[in-house]
Design a protein around this ligand. Structure first.
Ligand SMILES: [Zn+2]
Length: 73
């Protein structure tokens, strides 16, 4: 036996054989999918996660809905 022949922890061997164990997941209260990121409004309420949020081009959306307002300062 070599001087530094130390056995691996059984968890290391399990990880090598089966991969990393899954940790706890956080589920979005809106869509129910697991997520790492929540988005909240100014009121502090969660309204979306990265799964149920999509972006829209503001000029395209405003043009379709007649939302153009001219801002002068
Ligand atoms: Zn979501």
């Amino acid at each position: 036996m070599a001087l530094f022949d130390i056995m691996d922890d059984p968890r290391i061997r399990e990880t090598e054989m089966f991969g990393m164990p899954e940790g706890p997941e956080v589920l979005c209260p809106i869509c129910g999918k697991a997520t790492d990121t929540f988005y909240r409004g100014r009121d502090g309420d969660i309204f979306a996660c990265n799964n149920c949020l999509t972006s829209v081009d503001a000029f395209d959306y405003a043009d379709r809905h007649g939302w153009f307002e001219l801002a002068y300062e």
